[in-house]
Design a protein around this ligand. Structure first.
Ligand SMILES: C[S@@+](CC[C@H](N)C(=O)[O-])C[C@H]1O[C@@H](n2cnc3c(N)ncnc32)[C@H](O)[C@@H]1O
Length: 260
């Protein structure tokens, strides 16, 4: 309906975002991303008290996706200080709250089945203690081990059994081989209409000498893994609309939507 103000606003948004392609704004955003990587800009933030290693733009995209998908399970690889786990847990708690509000009664928070499941090869004792002491800890399950290890992937699949809507965030070891192994293991758990988000695909777009002390770099990173995975997995499509509006994101071509 042309006069519907909500549709008009959405239309305006879409046109504005389309106009950014090749613009000086898009170039400035790319420059900012490059310039902010070495100074560790993404390490400056926290979510409900826990440090989170993300750009604010990607945090907003995570919020939008969780609200849209309404998952009952979020699988995350890469816990670090726990900030992204707490972000997911807080959004799941809000979904519980809005379910309660719609039902017109208070649902016992701990009765909700919504959970975030985090995997990390090394959950430092001080991080584990702080995450377990957080008021949202009841929504969090943590597994320690490599996210590509068969005993871990088997546990994740076991926990995911019975979940109706699953969302996946991959943010651990950023080598091609590891991310490809994670995609093979966890992307199939993504529900239709939900996302498997692969973080740090931006490594492919950054100067090649930026990570001399890391096993990943140009040609060996999450974006190269996504490209290889998508060759044989037409059930996923890159949702370009997300990176197109964020402009500043560590996950260009990493927002994978399960379309069938
Ligand atoms: C970038 S940090 C995760 C940041 C976190 N998602 C956040 O947003 O705050 C990467 C984490 O991946 C973990 N990691 C590295 N190799 C891994 C592996 N093979 N399996 C699982 N986790 C791994 C590291 O221990 C580190 O805590």
């Amino acid at each position: 309906m042309p006069d519907d103000p909500i549709a008009l606003f959405a239309d305006e948004c879409e046109q504005r975002i389309a106009s950014y392609a090749g613009s000086s704004l898009a170039r400035s955003a790319a420059q900012f991303l490059t310039a902010s990587t070495i100074p560790k800009y993404s390490y400056n933030f926290s979510w409900l008290g826990r440090p989170i290693i993300q750009y604010p733009q990607d945090m907003v995209a995570m919020q939008e996706i969780i609200w849209q998908v309404r998952p009952d399970l979020i699988i995350e690889t890469g816990i670090a200080h726990g900030g992204s786990l707490i972000l997911s847990a807080s959004m799941l708690a809000l979904l519980d709250y809005t379910d309660s509000a719609q039902a017109g009664k208070v649902l016992e928070p701990k009765a909700s089945q919504r959970r975030v499941l985090g995997v990390d090869i090394d959950i430092r004792a001080h991080n584990r203690t702080a995450i377990e002491a957080h008021p949202l800890a009841h929504k969090i399950i943590m597994l320690q081990g490599s996210s590509a290890a068969p005993e871990i992937t088997a546990q994740v699949h076991q926990i995911a059994k019975g979940s109706k809507k699953v969302l996946v965030f991959l943010d651990s070891n950023h080598t091609h081989a590891h991310v490809l192994a994670e995609l093979e293991a966890y992307a199939p758990l993504t529900s239709i209409g939900s996302y498997c988000v692969v973080f740090d695909t931006v490594i492919e777009d950054l100067p090649g000498d930026m990570f001399p002390d890391r096993p990943w770099g140009k040609g060996n990173n999450p974006k190269t893994a996504v490209r290889e995975y998508l060759k044989t997995h037409p059930e996923f499509a890159i949702d370009k609309s997300i990176a197109n509006k964020l402009l500043i994101t560590v996950a260009p071509d990493g927002y994978l939507k399960r379309v069938r």
